[in-house]
Write a protein that binds this ligand. Structure first.
Ligand SMILES: NC(=O)c1ccc[n+]([C@@H]2O[C@H](COP(=O)([O-])OP(=O)(O)OC[C@H]3O[C@@H](n4cnc5c(N)ncnc54)[C@H](OP(=O)(O)O)[C@@H]3O)[C@@H](O)[C@H]2O)c1
Length: 283
């Protein structure tokens, strides 16, 4: 049984391979698909086979997938290009006879205002149209997305948010990676999971956690989308990034990222780790 992981030099991909090894998958049965083989020496040292795999080279993808039974397609990081890239990977997997694909999507992509949603929706549609058996992992937000708040909490005693009373059921990246490894190794097909942390916290509750971690009072300063956009632009962020960050706040405000259902804890076999532990480890 050969299991392959894309984005294997990335954070989630690397963690997924580590979890596969921990679960008992022999390294000889793991293929790491990477666009920068020079960054994969540690994977080779673990006994994992490394193959070159660049989503932007569609004609070369099928050859790299020969012999792969199950593929973890980790969504790419080049926003705006991802739907096309993922479609190329799915077509190549079909051409190469890959038996199943596990894809890292996002929560509720069909009817979401989250800026990440359209490319995930398009990829899910491509998977459905491909006929390749698959599992969709609709991952919630990573705890690590909020580590940037540590600096403003420590320096200014505040986090500025347009997310209102919205809640975030985040979990550590590693726990999403572990769930992906469990599903990849399981052979399961035809299922869509919404994976989120056990606890949905508000931005005021995040500020309370930050207060404990940085050792000074931290408050959530609630502003509207226009004010947050202006503040970010004032820091020199380009319009695309400003729109992305504020769009995520609005998705949180709309309640899209606050879903809790226990599915992630169910896959990893224990409760998910609270965000304060990830904040403490990084502080
Ligand atoms: N749920 C969330 O909160 C959340 C947060 C951030 C990201 N995400 C999504 O989840 C994915 C995994 O997260 P992560 O933290 O592991 O991100 P990451 O560390 O940035 O990893 C992204 C991986 O995609 C690879 N990649 C990008 N463009 C590629 C291309 N053209 N061809 C082949 N590989 C390419 C990167 O390769 P290199 O190693 O060569 O750079 C990297 O390995 C992200 O890519 C993004 O789609 C989700």
């Amino acid at each position: 049984m050969t299991l392959a992981v894309t984005g294997a030099t990335g954070q989630l991909g690397r963690l997924a391979i580590d979890h596969l090894l921990t679960l008992g998958t022999p390294s000889s049965e793991i293929v790491a698909l990477v666009r920068r083989p020079e960054a994969a020496a540690d994977l080779t040292a673990k006994g994992v086979t490394v193959r070159h795999f660049d989503y932007n080279q569609p004609d070369a993808l099928a050859a790299a997938l020969v012999g792969v039974d199950s593929l973890l397609l980790v969504s790419g990081s080049e926003f705006g290009r991802r739907a096309t890239q993922h479609q190329a990977v799915i077509a190549a997997a079909k051409a190469a006879g890959v038996g199943r694909i596990v894809y890292t999507s996002a929560v509720g992509p069909d009817a979401s205002i989250n800026p990440v949603a359209p490319e995930h929706k398009a990829t899910e549609a491509a998977l459905a149209a491909s006929g390749v058996p698959h599992v969709i992992l609709r991952n919630g937000w990573y705890h690590e997305n909020f580590l940037g708040d540590l600096a403003s909490a420590a320096q200014a005693g505040q986090i500025v948010t347009a997310a209102g009373e919205g809640r975030v059921a985040s979990a550590p990246r590693s726990e999403y990676a572990e769930a992906a490894a469990v599903v990849l190794a399981s052979g399961e097909v035809g299922r869509t999971y919404t994976l989120t942390g056990d606890v949905a916290w508000s931005l005021d509750e995040l500020a309370a956690d930050l207060t404990k971690v940085v050792g000074r009072e931290v408050v959530a300063q609630h502003v509207d989308a226009e004010a947050k956009s202006a503040a970010l632009a004032g820091f020199g962020l380009d319009a695309g990034l400003v729109g992305f960050i504020v769009g995520v706040d609005l998705a949180i405000a709309a309640g899209e990222l606050g879903v809790t259902n226990g599915a992630l804890a169910g896959l990893i076999g224990r409760p998910t780790t609270p965000i304060i532990e990830t904040l403490r480890a990084a502080a």
